[in-house]
Design a protein around this ligand. Structure first.
Ligand code: XIL
Length: 438
């Protein structure tokens, strides 16, 4: 149902835009398969952002998107070519690699999270940029609120832009941002985690919502967008630098494991409807984007899963835009939840798409041959679950190498959670992923 609603919304939007012939402020004005207007109203300029998205930004001239969009790239599928060139026009994935195999299985992407510190590691970056394995990136930290506004009123999007630009240079999707794929293409792609409310990485509550709702700003970080209820930051109440996200994790981790609402600055100040507020704001800011809610431990078909299902139902009933649910997938070797597929189906049955957004499968160190073999089986199991559901559109691992995994710093005594070891050598888990897609 959400899918139909989204398409209807976009269809209506397209009709309206065709009727007016020009896109309005901040509106889309070009991109691969974009059916709408390619010029902007007076005072706004159609500005190329990426092969899939051009946007009306403030400026005096009006530029047709046909001149703003390079003809070298045509669609998302071109990103999974047999060469690493982002300008390739091949639409036939070839060679071998996780992204190639995922594409052959009908998935939109196989990707990896990354973070700025490791981008000085040239061997690491070379593999991260290998389109045969990864046609999608997610920013691990640098698009979160604490990174984009380290102190009140001080904004920095530099690190996030570094990752967005790397993905752009490589021809990779950016989760949270590359929502694009024609009407469907445009909406389907996952991007980096664009705008979400990171429960652990917010600015201090008193900075934003402590005094009153009227001074409350909601960050949609990936899009460099802040929605403010008053005019504290009026210049930030519009989207800026909507780079190239295909989907946004608009809300991250809204529930406790028992299904109750997690205490957050947003919930405390606005109430549960902050989710509706955020999703509506995100849709208004970028009508072409897929909008997600993302959480962990949904895989267990637990109270949290039930709470998320009920939230999604209430959003659909209210007409609030919601396109997908992200299953983070931070799992433990030998303990892949038996309810994983059924949990995903609860959302696909409602018409939503799902994705595995932060997959890693950790073990108690030291890694042994037996543990690595079990991990291979676990990766295969998880991937095959996504593979068996057409509406599971892609998988992102939470970085690709044990060298830069968050696990050892978070779970004492555990690690070795990723398909490449700390020396950037493939582990048995790599073959497990391949097998899962087959
Ligand atoms: C983690 C990062 O990987 C760490 O570097 C950081 O210290 C904490 O956040 N779920 C999420 C991600 O949604 O944002 C988290 O990322 C991992 C758990």
């Amino acid at each position: 149902m959400a899918f139909k609603l989204s398409l209807s919304f976009v269809g209506l939007l397209s009709l309206l835009e065709v009727a007016v012939a020009q896109s309005g402020p901040w509106g889309q004005c070009g991109g691969s398969d974009w059916p709408g207007p390619t010029t902007c109203v007076s005072g706004w300029t159609c500005t190329y952002s990426n092969p899939w998205y051009s946007q009306c930004l403030q400026g005096s001239s009006t530029v047709a998107s046909s001149t703003a969009v390079p003809s070298t790239t045509t669609s998302k599928t071109t990103t999974i070519s047999s060469t690493a060139s982002p300008t390739s026009t091949s639409t036939s994935p070839s060679g071998t690699g996780l992204a190639v195999i995922a594409a052959a299985a009908g998935k939109t992407y196989f990707g990896s999270a990354t973070d700025n510190p490791e981008l000085s590691d040239t061997a690491y970056v070379a593999q991260l940029s290998n389109l045969k394995d990864f046609n999608q990136l997610t920013a691990g930290n640098s698009m979160k609120w604490d990174a984009t506004e380290p102190s009140r009123g001080t904004f920095t999007f530099t690190n996030g832009d570094v990752i967005a630009n790397l993905a752009k240079k490589n021809g990779q999707l950016l989760r949270g941002m590359d929502h694009k794929n024609s009407t469907q293409l445009r909406l389907v792609q996952p991007a980096p985690q664009l705008g979400d409310f990171w429960q652990l990485q917010q600015c201090h509550p008193s900075v934003y919502c402590g005094d009153s709702l009227q001074h409350c700003c909601l960050p949609l970080q990936g899009a460099n967008l802040y929605v403010c209820f008053m005019n504290e930051y009026p210049h930030l109440a519009n989207p800026m630098f909507l780079t190239f996200a295909d989907s946004w994790d608009v809300v991250n981790e809204p529930f406790n494991d028992d299904g109750t609402w997690r205490t957050s600055v947003f919930g405390t100040t606005i109430g549960p409807s902050y989710v509706n507020v955020a999703l509506n704001a995100a849709r208004a800011a970028d009508p072409a984007a897929k909008l997600y809610i993302n959480d962990y431990n949904l895989e267990y078909n637990s109270d949290k899963t039930t709470a998320m299902v009920n939230l999604v139902k209430s959003l659909l009933a209210a007409g609030t835009p919601i396109d997908g649910v992200g299953f983070q997938g931070h799992l433990i070797v030998g303990q892949v939840p038996s309810g994983f597929k059924a949990a995903m189906q609860q959302f696909t049955d409602l018409g939503l798409e799902v994705a595995i957004t932060e997959l890693d499968i950790r073990m108690t160190l030291p890694a042994t041959a037996a543990l690595l073999a079990q991990q291979k089986a676990d990766y295969q199991n998880v991937i095959s679950i996504c593979n068996s559901l057409p509406k599971c559109i892609g998988v992102t691992i939470w970085d690709y190498t044990d060298k830069y995994s968050w696990v050892p710093n978070t779970f004492s005594g555990q690690g070795a959670a990723l398909p490449w070891d700390a020396n950037l050598a493939k582990k048995p888990a790599y073959d497990g992923i391949v097998a899962g897609f087959q």
